[in-house]
Design a protein around this ligand. Sequence first.
Ligand code: ZN
Length: 132
Amino acid sequence: MLRVPVLEAAEPRTIECWLELIETMMPKPVTRRGPRELVGGDPESVIVRVGPTRIVIQEAAIRWNGPSHPERVGVPVADVPMRAPATRVTKLIARAHGRRISRYRWCPMCRKVMQPEHMDGSVCHGCRSEQF
Ligand SMILES: [Zn+2]
């Protein structure tokens, strides 16, 4: 009998099933934030929200609400239906992680790799404030 590869699940996976699966696809450590959201990476790089009808994959970012009020935000990368194949979701998570990592910058003063929101021009916030 000819075996045809199954590209899409016959029935969409449940939210709980997806959450368990996606946890294995995410950069570690993975934390659950709310009933349907997973955040992965240290520092956080990927956010995935599951259900009720779609899976939303986001790149993690920081928005400054004033100099000492960072807020975690998500930048949309992709969203797919609940019956999307798991391999596609894996690729999109890897893409979101790659995008975030590619924005990191190296501070030539303290010689550390920083998240982009912690840079002030060519040096990091910490080094910039020590200059004054
Ligand atoms: Zn620095």
